[in-house]
Design a protein around this ligand. Structure first.
Ligand SMILES: [Zn+2]
Ligand SMILES: [Zn+2]
Length: 813
């Protein structure tokens, strides 16, 4: 029997920690244990069991949380690969892979005892005329708590739930424990408490009912005789009413697997209503061959917007399901709307698990357990769904594989697309990357025959791609003598669509009212207190907001630097664009989609539904409107300043602009009427603008590859951004200086090091930031250099959390 276990803990240290195995239970590799760490209790994943006595004294494992691994061999290997490739602490990688940490916060729950039930019974029989030395409010709270616990039918109620629902104090709970009315239990390690939801089922409505009882019975029968217990409890009746009805046999409480609440939005027509065209059939065949080979294969599905990629994915997944195996479909953050969820439920029934960003930690854990038990084999979700614990993985699909939301911008800074490819390799599965605008990296991989390429060059039903007309805004300025936001051409085209009762989308990829407040006297901008970033004016909410850290300031009447009254609000954001359009088209029904108007999926869905139903004429928005929606009434897309990004000092700026322009143009003309795009730009000669206007992906790709090759940027080099940060400028200067000197003295052959230099955003969220950019044609050499640098930084006692290594960085800002 091994005496020790090594545990990976979610702390920013590149090591595992050794603990003594407890006598009562044996941990398993890949399972979790609860251990003491510094002054806390912490759960971590066991990576090794052994008998090697450590040189230092060893503490004991507090409890073994899993008797079987939560991470199987394949996921453990995948975690190790991520830790090595992205230079991230293994424990932090495991934490990202497992949505189970919520289960292991130390928590206690309560259960009512027989004495408690008796006390409640006596109290309700004798009314409120009992004599007691305790204050009546406190007593009332105790009985409310007892009533709540009775309503739980003997189930454990978490302390947090009890306190927030009843408002009972800790001391009242203690007093009730002393009276033996309730029992406290430790549920830190309980795993099954959250797996299922309780559902009330109507058995009979016979017999005499009081008002409260009738309310419950009627609610239940109005919803078809079956309803989550939670819903009944949200009604304004005492919790004991339900218990009484259960006792009388009118209602039965059963447990059902908890599930993603299916949206109430109407299911759209099934995506299988049309026949596949030839390229779609070819894509499905390619996908099928990859799956059936039972070894790794990569496929890039490059399909123009509206070419029916989703239908191919779903057909492929259905075949995988029919063969008894599993599939994962990754979608970008904004892609998982309730309507999509409804479609998926319609196609896959209970076999689908949907992991979206609106899930709570508990709900995520529930889905995870369902998948682990093999109850759901079709997994759909955002970034972290790539870690879903499915068995017999046959297929991973990454939809919109170019999307920036696949990159996690905190430790571990992994890219879910690249992790998907690695997981497929380990599982001997097929991976399909799909996009209308593939990333340069993925397209380059097809050139090198790492992936095969399948093109869907046409829209379904031979619908044409929209015509794109470029409006040169410099000319517009010369001819009108004014800085225009909406050109004459765009205004005329919008009016035309409104007259024809067709719909319009207008993109401006910047939210707020005006992005800059400038003093005409001293020339300074109003900046965030925590960041070197101009504050954006939000007119309706009457405040200045930092879009990077959320800092809020009042709207200035005078310059904060010199006191001058000549402060000017410059530039246009989506809020101002909406106002301008209201001014030009007062009759039009206009809505806006950006992070200020969309707080959750429901807001987003509501606006899209309104557009679909013809209740809106114009939707204005940021890049949110560019992503994947299929609204048939939209025949005109206006692009107002989507090329702002071309001015950013970032080598991916052209690629991003091309992608955004192509994606938003793709929203036009998806129905019977052909679409048109008006593209306003100050950079009309830029190749990203020109190629997007001509729907020429291959042309853009060639040109951009040339640039990347000259500059030794990806995909020709592996690249990492090393950011040194601190809220003290002196620290940053000292640390980046030390690391810079070390890089100069320890030359790593084949690795170019640029820096240290102030990062383009020199101050962010209070931290000063300096950075290095490392490039190398050899990934291995790059990795070695970074590893050695981290070792040096640790020796110099530079805190690990202040040196951020971002391998394959998406942003160098
Ligand atoms: Zn000033
Ligand atoms: Zn800020």
């Amino acid at each position: 029997m091994p005496e020790f276990c090594d545990v990976a803990l979610p702390v920013p240290l590149d090591m595992a920690f050794t603990y003594r195995v407890p006598p009562e239970a044996m941990p398993v590799v890949g399972g979790r244990v609860l251990v003491p760490f510094r002054q806390q209790r912490m759960s971590g994943v066991v990576v090794e069991l052994h008998d090697r006595e450590p040189s230092v004294t060893t503490k004991s494992v507090l409890s073994v949380l899993d008797s079987t691994p939560v991470l199987d061999d394949q996921l453990l290997r995948l975690g190790r690969w991520i830790a090595a490739y992205y230079l991230a602490p293994l424990g932090e990688v495991f934490r990202s892979m497992l949505p189970l940490m919520a289960e292991f916060k130390r928590s206690v729950g309560y259960r009512i005892t027989e004495q408690g039930q008796m006390a409640l019974h006596i109290a309700s029989a004798s009314g409120s005329s009992r004599r007691s030395h305790r204050p009546p409010e406190e007593q009332a709270k105790e009985f409310q708590a007892l009533d709540y616990l009775i309503g739980a039918e003997g189930e454990l109620v978490r302390e947090g739930t009890l306190r927030s629902s009843v408002g009972v104090s800790r001391s009242a709970l203690e007093s009730m424990i002393r009276k033996k009315w309730i029992r406290r239990e430790d549920i830190s390690a309980s795993q099954d408490a959250t797996l299922t939801a309780k559902v009330a089922v109507l058995k009979s409505a016979e017999g005499k009912l009081n008002d409260n009882q009738r309310t419950l019975i009627e609610t239940l029968s109005a919803s078809g005789g079956k309803i989550p217990v939670e819903t009944l409890r949200s009604l304004d009746v005492p919790r004991s009413t339900l218990a009484t009805l259960v006792k009388r046999g009118l209602i039965e409480i059963i447990r059902e697997p908890a599930d993603f609440t299916v949206s109430r939005s109407k299911p759209r027509p099934s995506p299988f209503d049309f026949d596949f065209n030839r390229p779609q059939q070819a894509a499905l065949t390619g996908l099928r061959e990859g799956v059936e080979a039972r070894k790794f294969s990569g496929l890039l599905l490059h399909g123009v917007t509206g070419s029916g990629k989703t239908a191919v994915y779903l057909a492929g997944m259905r075949e995988v399901l029919a063969s008894g195996r599993s599939a994962i479909l990754l979608v970008p953050e904004i892609g998982l709307t309730p309507a999509v969820a409804a479609d998926l439920h319609q196609i896959f029934g209970d076999e689908v698990a949907i992991l979206h960003s609106a899930l709570s930690g508990r709900e995520r854990a529930e889905q995870w357990h369902r998948i682990k038990r093999g109850e759901a084999r079709m997994i759909v979700g955002t970034r972290s769904a790539v870690f879903a614990p499915v068995g017999d993985l046959a297929l991973i699909i990454v939809d919109e594989e170019h999307d920036a939301s696949y990159k996690q911008e905190e430790t571990p800074r992994y890219h879910a697309r690249d992790v998907a490819v690695m997981r497929a390799k380990m599982a001997g599965a097929a991976v399909v990357l799909g996009s209308a605008t593939p990333s340069l990296e993925s397209y380059f991989n097809t050139r090198k025959n790492k992936y095969s390429l399948i093109e869907l060059p046409d829209r379904v039903e031979q619908r044409p791609l929209p015509e794109v007309e470029i409006v040169d805004m410099r000319l517009e300025f010369q001819e009108t003598g004014h800085e225009q936001v909406i050109s004459r051409k765009l205004a005329a085209e919008i009016k035309d669509r409104l007259d024809r009762r067709e719909q319009v989308m207008v993109l401006l990829n910047r939210r707020g009212y005006s992005p800059v407040v400038l003093c005409r006297t001293c020339g300074k901008k109003l900046e965030c207190k925590n960041c070197a970033i101009a504050l954006t004016h939000h007119k309706r909410e009457h405040k200045m907001v930092c879009h990077y850290c959320g800092y809020i300031a009042p709207v200035p009447r005078a310059c904060v630097h010199c006191g001058s009254e000549y402060v000017y609000f410059l530039g246009t954001g989506s809020e101002k664009l909406e106002e301008l359009l209201h001014g030009i088209f007062p009759q039009a029904r206009i809505a806006r989609l950006d992070r200020d108007t969309v707080r959750g999926h429901e807001d987003f869905e509501r606006t899209l539904n309104a557009l679909n139903e013809g209740e809106l004429d114009v939707v204005v928005g940021t890049q949110m409107i560019a992503k994947g929606h299929d609204i048939h009434g939209v025949t005109l897309v206006g692009v107002v300043g989507a090329d702002v990004a071309l001015g950013f000092p970032d080598f991916r700026a052209a690629e991003r602009t091309f992608q955004l322009l192509t994606q938003v143009a793709g929203r036009a003309g998806r129905g019977q009427t052909p679409g048109k795009v008006i593209l306003q730009t100050y950079f009309q000669d830029h190749y990203a603008v020109q190629y997007a206007a001509h729907h020429d992906f291959a042309g853009f790709y060639e040109k951009e590859l040339q640039f990347r090759s000259w500059m030794h940027y990806p995909p020709y080099s592996a690249l990492a951004n090393v950011l040194v940060r601190s809220d003290k400028l002196d620290d940053v200067l000292q640390w980046s200086g030390q690391i810079g000197k070390w890089f100069a003295q320890n030359r790593h052959e084949g690795v170019r090091v640029l820096g240290p230099a102030a990062a383009p955003i020199m101050r962010l969220k209070r931290d000063y930031r300096y950075h290095f950019v490392l490039k190398s044609p050899s990934r291995e050499k790059l990795n070695l250099a970074l590893r050695a640098m981290l070792g040096y930084a640790a020796e110099q006692k530079i805190p690990r959390t202040q040196v951020i290594v971002d391998v394959d960085a998406q942003w160098l800002m």
